[in-house]
Design a protein around this ligand. Sequence first.
Ligand code: F6P
Length: 535
Amino acid sequence: MDFSPLKKVASAAAEKPILKNFEDPDRARQFSVSVGDMLFDYSKTSIDSTGRQALLDLYESADVPARRNAMFSGEAINETEGRAVLHTALRNLSGDPVYVNGVDVMPGVLETLSRMEAFAADVREGRFVGEGGQITDVVNIGIGGSDLGPAMATLALAPYHDGPRCHYVSNVDAAHIADTLRGLDARTTLVIVASKTFTTIETMTNAATAKAWMSASVANPAAQFAALSTAADKTAAFGIDAERVFGFEDWVGGRYSMWGPIGLALMIATGSDSFRAFLNGGAWMDQHFQLAEPLENIPVMLALTGIWHNQGLGHATRAVLPYEQRLSRLPAYLQQLEMESNGKSTSMNGKALDVNSGPIVWGEPGTNGQHAFYQLIHQGTRVVPCEFMVGAEGFDNDLAHQHRLLVANCLAQSEALMRGRSLDEARAIVSGKFEGAELERQAAHRVFPGNRPSTTLVYPKLTPFVLGQVIALYEHRVFVEGVILGINSYDQWGVELGKELAKALEPVVAGEMGTDGKDGSTAQLVKTVQRLSGA
Ligand code: F6P
């Protein structure tokens, strides 16, 4: 794919201050997508009509609609693993069939969904009990896609949480499981082992630890375990009854899996109505993505804005800034979704990628981030495109004034980033306090360059339906960017090497093997750890 026309028009457009674009009174409307109750505003970027056309040309030449249809129709678009990519089937409650290799997968998907619902209801309503009675706590043990999605969503949907307490353990650091289990009663705890492969070392190690913990106070610990996995043989070997194993197929990628069994803890926390509303929100976005014209299509325009900033202008990172405390795990979730999907330097055809791979994604909820890293976003030397999001309404009606303050902060930040503050304005601020050279010096520090791009997504309120819309929106954005870059967004070979080396290093750290063959630094680090730990 030739990105040079884009780079050319993007650098030309970036010459014009973003604020100047608003001399056109219709700029905001023309460079926004408004669908249903959602507004995606990308008018505070340097994208102009020529630039947008260049982006749409890329979209056309990459044949995104054909790839999108291939994905939805179950073709094996994950070519390096020979798999279909059909997490969208998990949220398809329409009754329409979805075929993989000529077989309709929907009966299996819906059967698993109703098994999950029956189990979740049993746990919530006290028909499934522990040895000590009604389940009070659920511990989900998983990592990456088997943790980040449900953990993020459980927090996001806190107002809907009316089931047992849910805890998420991911890190192999013993501190995580130890701190989580401390204070829980094993006799009323359900442990869910969530692992697509059921081989991930962190998850299997934590699962064994949880089993040992439970064995200390429960006669039949396996009876208080459930498993979410594609590997039925391995869940059986772990001792979990098939009744409490919820399976899925290899066409659901780990980081796209929260819509199915991996969402079980979320379903137990919030109930199946909320979970279905979440699925329906995702399905709504699937329809929108498939049917809307590119200019009216939120995932497409979000993706093209990303391509503009990263490939067109070379901005290496983007910040995701939800003004929604309950979305505080969203940046971490999106880091996996985006960076594990599009952080690749080999294109589909096996050749080296000749443009930047997907960007570095980071962020924190507002307003907290404002008091931490926004300094750099406003006055640092690097430009960080920002993606704001905010709900029009909060949940705590008696604290509506706080929500207004939150919204005002969100909108003020994108305005400040775009407007900046000139030297003259800065001089006016300090003029009463300083004079002459000192006034100039003080004023210089108070200048904001402005012209910093951002987008804003506004939604009505963070309901389960809206959360489903937002997550599916980002999934499709990743897809569109991946197709334009010529990347397979659905494999993750880049995580393998570290896993292999960690396995080989464990006996070295334990002192069972020497450091021969290791580089000097690694050998030194091993020896230092051994010395300091007294091993
Ligand atoms: O290490 C990367 C990864 O394979 C992710 O893609 C995945 O979400 C995570 O590990 C966990 O994998 P599993 O669900 O198989 O335990």
